[in-house]
Design a protein around this ligand. Structure first.
Ligand code: FAD
Ligand code: NAP
Length: 339
């Protein structure tokens, strides 16, 4: 067997919260063959297989009684190019942001608004990653996944993935699909999305009237660096809660009491609230319980100041959830995957 399986491996450097727990067993998959070997190996064990990528959307609440398989497969290939639209396939273990940069260096646009998101290509469809008005579904062409129940390979098109807001079929069927590679439809002629948050304003401040996809990427990277903690310096998993999408009647009630409510009408008539605004209004921004805290610049991000446990972060999250229900009548759903 080429797969190297190790026992009792610390996951501290494999999750961006920097939680120091052990995996009972740990291996890295560099190829489809490694993945198959890991599945066959795990089938003989009394413990499950847990697939991870960059660990940037995980909250580990204790030692992981599983064979943790980190996807480390690499490779980016152009599958077709008609001069306008280019289909690019990337292996699951490719780090996301360098892949975005690769696309920009090759004159391709579509991924620029998704710059500087940590993690891997293979995990990106799990929650239909999104930022600054673009989601992976907008540039998605297809993916290949292994059905862990049957061992068969399956091809998914856009419809089959059933992408939703920070959601997908893969997230709704946890432990079933192991994503091996993902295909993206990228454009040689850019159709830029600049009308979200401070993107256009940042470009204007820089004197850029006709931005290129690279300009947009750089502007988004600079905005993100100002606001979001770098996991290499302060443990975090990005947004800890999803923005709640609620009935328009409830949003109107909340607005009567809180006229500054940050709310975005959705196509289906519902209203998306900025969870960070709710948490900030409730006074949690900058709050700290030991080493578990709420970031001082972005209330949506929980942080680990050093030695917080997953349980302490989860307890803080639950206190915030209860407070937001009490104040606003709104339930905040956790975004990271809990193990
Ligand atoms: P992991 O955390 O390793 O895994 C996440 C889930 O996917 C787990 O359930 C895991 O079992 C599963 N999984 C991983 N790989 C595979 C695979 N190949 N096949 C099947 N299942 C798999 N997210 C956004 O959407 N938008 C943002 O703007 C954003 N910004 C962030 C900023 C920061 C600072 C941080 C720390 C996080 C941010 N995130 C954001 C969250 C996170 O980066 C993304 O969700 C990312 O796609 C997770 O990738 P990962 O490889 O780290 O996945
Ligand atoms: P922001 O710009 O301060 O905006 C606050 C919230 O309002 C965002 O969550 C965003 O929702 C929403 N919003 C802003 N402008 C909007 C518009 N024109 N239409 C609809 N909704 C709008 O947010 P931020 O925290 O700095 O993050 C910037 C972007 O990066 C956001 O898209 C955010 O989702 C993404 N991000 C995600 C994570 C993560 O871990 N998931 C972490 C960091 C940043 P949306 O979140 O729905 O876009």
């Amino acid at each position: 067997m080429s797969l190297q399986v190790r026992s009792n491996v610390s996951l501290k450097h494999y999750n961006t919260f920097g939680i120091d727990v052990d995996a009972k067993l740990f291996a890295e998959a560099h190829s489809d063959e490694d993945v198959r070997q890991a599945l066959a190996y795990a089938a003989q064990l009394p413990i499950p297989l847990l697939v991870i990528g960059g660990g940037s959307n995980l909250l580990l609440t204790g030692d992981v009684q599983a064979l943790v398989l980190r996807m480390a497969s690499r490779g980016i290939h152009v599958l077709s190019d008609d001069g306008a639209r280019v289909i690019v396939e990337a292996e699951a273990g490719e780090p996301w942001h360098p892949f975005v940069q690769w696309s920009l260096e090759h004159g391709l646009s579509g991924l620029e608004n998704l710059s500087l998101i940590p993690g891997t290509v293979g995990a990106a469809p799990m929650q239909n990653i999104g930022a600054y008005g673009v989601e992976i579904k907008d540039v998605f062409s297809g993916l290949t996944a292994l059905d862990r129940q049957t061992g068969e390979l399956r091809e998914f098109d856009l419809e089959a993935c059933a992408f939703g807001y920070r959601d997908s079929l893969f997230k709704r069927e946890p432990g079933r699909w192991l994503i091996l590679r993902v295909r993206f439809a990228l454009d040689r002629v850019a159709h830029l999305h600049l009308d979200y948050g401070p993107v256009r304003q940042r470009l204007t401040e820089q004197g850029i009237e006709q931005p290129s996809p690279r300009d947009v990427s750089q502007a988004i990277c600079s905005i993100r660096r100002e606001k979001l903690p770098d996991p290499a310096e302060l443990g975090n998993a990005g947004s800890f809660f999803k923005n709640p999408v609620i009935a328009a009647t409830l949003a109107a009630e909340i607005k009567l009491k809180y006229p500054g409510l940050v709310a975005y009408p959705q196509a289906d008539g519902q209203i998306k609230l900025a969870a960070g605004w709710l948490i900030e209004q409730a006074g949690w921004k900058g709050h700290r319980d030991g080493d578990a805290g709420v970031h001082r610049l972005q209330a949506l991000v929980l942080v680990n100041y050093g030695n917080a446990t997953g349980g302490q972060l989860q307890a803080l999250a639950q206190r915030i959830q209860a407070d937001i229900v009490e104040r606003f009548g709104v339930h905040l759903e956790m975004e990271p995957n809990l193990y």
